[in-house]
Ligand binder design. Sequence first.
Ligand code: PLP
Length: 371
Amino acid sequence: MIPLNAPDFGALEEQYVLDALRSGWVTTGPYVERFERAFAAFTNRRHAVACSSGTAALWLALMALRLPQGVPVLTQTYTCGSVLNAALRATAASPLVVDVDEDTWGMRADHAEEIFQKQRISALSFAHIYGVPCRDTADLLGLARTYGVPVVEDASEAHGAAINGAPAGSFGEISVFSCRGEKVVGGGQLGVAVTDDAALARRVRQFSENGLPAKTVRYWSTVPGLNFQPAHLNAALACAQLERIKELLASRRAIHDGYVARLAGYAGLRCQRTRPSDDSAWWLTGVLLEPAFTAMLPQDLGAALAERGIQTRPGFYGLHRLPHAGDVGPGPWPMADRLLERLLILPSGPTVTPEQQDEVVEAIMEITGRA
Ligand SMILES: Cc1ncc(COP(=O)(O)O)c(C=O)c1O
């Protein structure tokens, strides 16, 4: 089988996890603090607060910002559904969503501006999809400043990416990452929020610890927090991955470049692109299958590849298509719809070999009648 995105866990991960296990710390523990210190340095931020998932980090960030209730978050429609759920729960309002650009598949600032001109917004949240820095990052930050709203940068898929040399995770009031097992930095189930604002970091921690403001006063809770604390074992795993980040990024980049080279020259195939000034983390490599290449839909091609033991995955459903989204704005969202209809994500985890990439591309060509 050629897996979509198997993690690369080696000797260092084994060493740290075993060390954590033998330490007797079972809930939190020293690896959590070590992970937070390392992650703050990695993203050039003063504070990092680890938590149980990227979804938790998003919810915690939005709660810690104390957003006005009933006022929507503005975000992109092409992203993980957890953004919708966190925004719904933190503001009791459907987020407003805009389309993404054709190259980086990130939030479009021109569409965002149209919404800002017409509606009150509580916060802006944009993502670097599949590790590729959002093309309009600078313009989105400018809009947020103009309209006086805080920014939550969702770098869940973009550990190690950079925009004009500045790391993903260093933009806006607060940034969040998922460190789920198959992410660039994988820690099983884990997330982290990073910020330069000490008070904001404190509130994130408080909301993640059942609302307890300080460990000194036991069982005294002052806000409706939940338990989203990270586990020691997961933090140990993520510490090892973070130490190996250069190697892990190099594998993902080589795999991305390998697919681009193998697919070059075929009309109707299109990969995601990053701006020359930016560095992508190339978390996953996907290909848009246009009708000029094949009439086959990605899900049918994905099913045929699965029969040959090759795992793929489809694009996200735009948030505007999710049944519980509510009124997410007027649209239109053609690029997000195109990604849903035409995108196929290829096996691109750090363990994929060049020979496996040959096999994947040959299988695609055979199934679509090109070989
Ligand atoms: C862009 C984005 N935001 C948030 C999340 C949520 O992270 P988690 O799965 O760790 O809850 C994900 C998913 O993995 C994601 O891809």
